[in-house]
Design a protein around this ligand. Structure first.
Ligand code: NAG
Ligand code: NAG
Ligand code: NAG
Ligand code: NAG
Ligand code: NAG
Ligand code: NAG
Length: 415
């Protein structure tokens, strides 16, 4: 399938990419010349600019010192009237970054579509992905930096973004749209920092992660098992992150999937096996692009939390084992997250063919939450997990419900 030249090219690019960030732009030009789709090589701001949107970059520092880069599209290209208030914070899932909302282009990417509906759109990035790998005093090559799970993302990252956005826009509240882990960390925030939850007028949780007991994706289960088994060894040799951007998995995926035909066969199969098949939903061009931004990296500790979540019948905190649990939690078993604390209006959107955030777990979640105004089950019976960011059908299948609730929980601004 690939010639010797291809293999050589890949390893030279891989070497160069890891060599020196000053060479990055040259490598990028060369890659585009070699058939990588342009969009796969662009960051959030560049993508927005390419399609006629104006993006801003903002730097947010969390209470525990992590430095996160978040983005804003001030006004959608197709937004005619005044912007509505409050601002909307859109949050990505596991192994992803803000760029996933742009991978499928302006006709389908939710960042574009929501800003086209005249919302002040902010796209977050949690600690550990390629936009958020800095800290005020910890070195990102140390285990202390990578000592986090969804607990810290919900406890520190989301509150810091809410503080920043409300201060910057002089708005008292925001609206929140969280996908997968982006939904999970919202629930963690409400459990751990309820006062922040009250700053959200409506939270729209799409294919949320909480309890993961019935997740059907075998590859995801196997991946977390591999991390569970190999974590002591990896940590011993100084590897603390899982599937980083620029790492061998992302580089190889991006290299292989740049080809139209391979993207449509091998790469599509990988996505179908991680989740489930949905013919005619994700365009081949989107697959060519998305592996330029995915996987975006997280901590190995976070993988261990997922492994735990897949094997218990609960949505609970990290299990350190009975001895350390007793010190950290004053209880030998890890406490459950308090879902009763998500008291503000919540909308859950889920898909029947989603193999990661599956119907029984979503029904369980909806029954635990005290203020679900609607549980929307997407009409299309084949709607799955990866459709949320990448399907060409988002504007028809999920956008109307999202904008319906954003509209109800916002007010016209002054222009
Ligand atoms: C995105 O790309 C632009 C243009 O190359 C660059 O100026 C900017 O620093 C990049 N943003 C981030 C967060 O890397
Ligand atoms: C990681 O964090 C936990 C609790 O937040 C703490 O008990 C532990 O000492 C930390 N470990 C490292 C290596 O920093
Ligand atoms: C709030 O925003 C102003 C300017 O918009 C800035 O000077 C100030 O430092 C911000 N405060 C916080 C706590 O972020
Ligand atoms: C990509 O492949 C599809 C079939 O798999 C084909 O219809 C299309 O024309 C190809 N596009 C390009 C740009 O080669
Ligand atoms: C720890 O738990 C015990 C019993 O469950 C309780 O009596 C005690 O007050 C707790 N200590 C703290 C510091 O919360
Ligand atoms: C959970 O949150 C609710 C609402 O804030 C509160 O009333 C309840 O006491 C909390 N439960 C626990 C176990 O902390």
């Amino acid at each position: 399938m690939f010639s010797k030249t291809d293999v050589l090219l890949f390893f030279s690019l891989f070497y160069l990419l890891n060599a020196n960030s000053a060479k990055l732009d040259i490598v990028r030009q060369f890659k585009i010349l070699k058939g990588y789709p342009l969009d796969s090589q662009l960051n959030f701001t560049e993508l927005a600019t390419e399609y006629g949107y104006t993006a801003e970059e903002h730097v947010v520092t969390t209470e525990d010192g992590y430095i996160l880069t978040i983005f804003r599209i001030v006004r959608g290209r197709n937004c005619q009237g005044p912007l509505r208030k409050p601002p909307v914070l859109l949050m990505h899932g596991l192994f992803m970054s803000s760029d996933l909302w742009m991978d499928s282009g302006p006709g389908a990417g939710l960042a574009y579509l929501i800003s086209d509906e005249c919302y002040d759109l902010w796209a977050g990035n949690v600690r550990g992905n390629y936009y958020s790998k800095r800290h005020t005093n910890l070195n990102p090559n140390t285990i202390e930096f990578w000592n986090f799970t969804v607990q810290e993302m919900g406890r520190y990252d989301v509150p810091a973004m809410i503080d920043y956005i409300t201060n910057y826009t002089s708005s008292e509240t925001i609206n929140y749209v969280g996908y997968s882990q982006g939904g999970c960390i919202y629930l963690v925030m409400c459990s751990e920092q309820q006062s922040y939850c009250e700053k959200v007028e409506v939270a729209i949780l799409i294919a949320p992660g909480s309890r993961l007991t019935y997740t059907k994706s075998i590859p995801f289960r196997v991946l977390t098992d591999i991390y569970e088994i190999s974590a002591p060894f990896l940590i011993e040799i100084g590897i603390y992150q899982a599937l980083p951007w620029g790492g061998i998995v992302q580089q190889l995926a991006s290299f292989i999937c740049k080809d139209n035909e391979t993207a449509d066969t091998t790469c599509r199969d990988v996505l179908d096996k991680l989740d489930s098949p949905h013919p005619d939903s994700i365009e081949t061009e989107t697959i060519r692009v998305l592996f330029g931004h995915f996987p975006a990296g997280t901590s190995i500790k976070s993988m261990l939390w997922y492994n735990q979540a897949l094997n218990v019948d609960d949505f609970q905190k990290f299990d350190y084992g009975p001895v350390i649990n007793a010190e950290v939690y004053n209880s030998t078993t890890p406490p459950s997250y308090n879902l009763s604390a998500t008291t503000n209006p919540t909308v859950v959107i889920s898909g029947r063919n989603d193999f990661l955030s599956v119907p029984p777990d979503n029904e369980w979640l909806v029954n635990q939450l005290p203020n679900v105004i609607e549980h929307v089950v997407v009409e299309d019976p084949l709607w799955n997990h990866f459709d949320v960011p990448w399907s060409k059908l988002t504007s028809k299948d999920i956008l109307p419900k999202i904008t319906d609730y954003l509209y109800r929980y916002s007010k016209p601004g002054r222009g």
